[in-house]
Design a protein around this ligand. Structure first.
Ligand SMILES: Nc1ncnc2c1ncn2[C@@H]1O[C@H](COP(=O)(O)OP(=O)(O)OP(=O)(O)O)[C@@H](O)[C@H]1O
Length: 597
């Protein structure tokens, strides 16, 4: 089973990831009960000192009680340590269970949401969740449920002390609810501003060269300042509100502790309770409410984590990529496109419709058309990265979704318009980072794309690091290595989007050779072209105009047709009998096939 298949079928959703740690949480819950009981050691010790030791003046009693208290504190420290370690392990487990899923969701966001997903970052959301689960918050949350034990104990000490502690608890919990209610919106705004700020930062960095050359540094720094100011503003609002409640709760807890002491003193004067009870009641009340105070201190992180979890769950919605149960053989015969309409991810309006053609093994087809007419939209739909809203794309009669992504990927060679290489070596990039390196296939693809000499000319040859995005190579080198990656392992459907835009004459000749060879090997090759040299190795032509298929057929039939009615002559080098090439017009004409210089 391939890695993506196993990921898809076993992909735990967020609640499942938490649910899998249920027994761990149950253990922490039991530990919390014992820890909270042990937290009564201090008040009980005080009670014994006042009521027993001071009353009896007995040193042996003091020694016994103190030793016993010491042992209890030792247990307390031990259990606290175990609980902290347990919580941290659980948080790591949840993170590990979700990290692959979050990464996959991160990869899918641009494909499913397009521009509407620019602020959606599942990995950042997972980190926000981890900040809470790995911090002090969960321990405080586990302590809150034991509050009734403390309050009950105060009731045991004296009814009126219990009533006072209970009233205090109700007021504090009301403050917590108010805090929760009033913190939600600022927390959401803070997350949105944080995402916006990070987009500003990464966008500027990605385009650092343009920024420098066009003198945009100050403008972008101002933009950053504005994004930063909005972020700090949101942070201040969220922080002010949280600290207002945290301070109020803290002050109220102290006040309540003193109030219990005062009522206890009054009851002691009335001789209804001993001084020990008075002090113990005050400490226990304060102790009962301390987890609430701690939790409120963590409330911002808690709300941020909760909202991050909701966002992560939303990003995962519909991400059901379980691989088809039946494994089809890899395609080897036909590509059939029936009346497809496609739109960018997340968009409603289609950018291309009415495309209809069929190719069989060994066919070569060029796609031409003016800028913005929909050529790239078509190839994205053909390789399965843009959604198909109507019609179908079928390989050997089966729609693309009938193969698992990994498997279909081995049958597809795709060279996008903007070639993106990955940080790694040239060999790794050509072989698509295949886990088992196959040098023979790497060399074969490199030779086909005519990059072998280029690569061996580099100091580290195939082991040369290309840098992030292939930044250490020239645009032409990147394009040729991208071509080798597309040809790697002789895929059945090879789709090249303007493969010669950065190639020199030698590179173009090699491209033509490669297209011919791949076709002879039984591949279908589709080339988006602005320059005729790229379509010299194909015999079919599809013309796209204004988001529609304008013509499809053998090159020699289509070219005269598109030239005659529109007045745009056929490009130089193209077999259009009786027509004369007109380079300048071709470049700006409605169906631009720019003549090769
Ligand atoms: N990611 C996108 N989101 C929204 N609209 C898009 C996106 N990509 C392309 N479009 C729109 O789709 C239409 C077709 O664009 P496409 O890139 O397919 O044209 P093209 O023929 O390949 O152009 P070129 O020759 O300049 O590469 C254009 O109007 C463009 O604005």
């Amino acid at each position: 089973m391939s890695s993506l298949q196993s990921l898809s079928t076993q992909r735990p959703l967020v609640s499942e990831a938490f649910g899998a740690s249920r027994s761990g949480y149950a253990g922490v819950g039991v530990l919390s009960l014992v820890i909270n009981l042990l937290m009564l050691t201090g008040p009980m010790f005080m009670l014994q000192i006042y009521d027993r030791v001071l009353a009896s003046h007995s040193v042996p009693t003091l020694v016994i009680i103190a030793s016993f208290t010491g042992i209890l504190y030792l247990f307390f420290a031990l259990l606290e340590g175990i609980r902290a370690r347990g919580l941290s392990r659980i948080s790591q487990e949840i993170d590990a269970r979700l990290s692959r899923t979050a990464f996959l969701a991160n990869l899918r966001v641009p494909l499913r949401m397009g521009n509407t997903g620019k602020n959606v970052d599942p990995i950042r959301d997972l980190e926000t969740m981890r900040q809470f689960w790995g911090g002090q918050g969960p321990a405080a949350l586990f302590d809150i449920p034991w509050m009734p034990i403390y309050l009950g104990l105060v009731f045991v000490l004296h009814f009126w002390l219990g009533i006072l502690a209970l009233a205090g608890a109700v007021i504090i919990l009301s403050l917590v609810l108010a805090n929760e209610f009033m913190s939600r919106a600022p927390a959401k705004e803070l997350a949105a501003q944080n995402a916006q700020r990070s987009n500003t930062r990464t966008g500027a960095r990605r385009n650092a060269e343009v920024v420098r050359a066009l003198g945009m540094s100050s403008t972008l720094t101002n933009k950053w300042d504005e994004a930063n100011a909005r972020f700090y503003d949101a942070q201040t609002k969220a922080g002010d509100r949280a600290s207002l409640f945290a301070t109020a709760i803290k002050a109220f807890r102290f006040l309540l502790g003193s109030a219990v002491l005062a009522v206890g003193a009054w009851l002691a004067i009335l001789q209804e309770v001993s001084p020990g009870v008075m002090i113990a009641a005050s400490i226990i009340t304060s102790r009962a409410l301390s987890p609430v105070e701690q939790a409120v201190g963590q409330w911002r992180v808690f709300i941020a984590a909760r909202q991050a979890r909701a966002r992560l769950e939303k990003a995962l919605e519909g991400l059901d990529e379980s691989a088809p149960e039946t494994e089809l053989p890899l395609p080897s015969k036909t590509l059939n496109v029936q009346q497809i309409a496609t739109a960018p991810p997340g968009a409603r309006a289609v950018t291309l419709a009415g495309v209809n053609f069929e190719l069989k093994a060994g066919d070569g087809m060029g796609i031409i058309g003016p800028s913005g007419s929909g050529k790239t939209s078509l190839v994205r739909a053909l390789v399965g990265v843009w959604p198909i809203h109507r019609g179908s794309v079928r390989l050997d009669g089966a729609e693309l979704g009938q193969w698992s992504e990994d498997r279909l990927g081995t049958a597809i060679g795709y060279l996008p318009q903007d070639v993106e290489l990955f940080d790694g070596t040239i060999a790794e990039n050509i072989s698509r980072f295949a886990p088992e390196r196959n040098d023979e296939k790497i060399l074969e693809a490199a030779q086909l794309a005519n990059v072998h000499e280029l690569v061996t000319g580099l100091t580290d040859g195939y082991d040369t690091q290309v840098g992030e995005g292939g930044a250490l190579l020239s645009a032409g080198q990147r394009q040729r290595i991208g071509l080798a990656r597309a040809l790697y392992d002789s895929p059945f459907l090879i789709v090249l989007d303007e493969p010669n835009s950065n190639l020199d004459a030698e590179g173009e000749a090699a491209l033509t050779r490669a297209i011919k060879l791949m076709r002879q090997n039984g591949s279908i090759v589709i080339v988006v072209a602005h320059r005729p040299s790229a379509i010299s190795a194909v015999e079919l032509l599809l013309v796209v105009k204004d988001g529609q298929q304008a013509a499809f057929g053998p090159k020699e039939e289509v070219l005269p047709k598109i030239s005659a009615p529109t007045g745009v002559p056929a490009p130089a080098g193209a077999p259009a009998p009786g027509t004369k090439p007109a380079p300048a017009a071709a470049k700006t004409g409605p169906l631009s096939v720019v003549p090769h210089a």
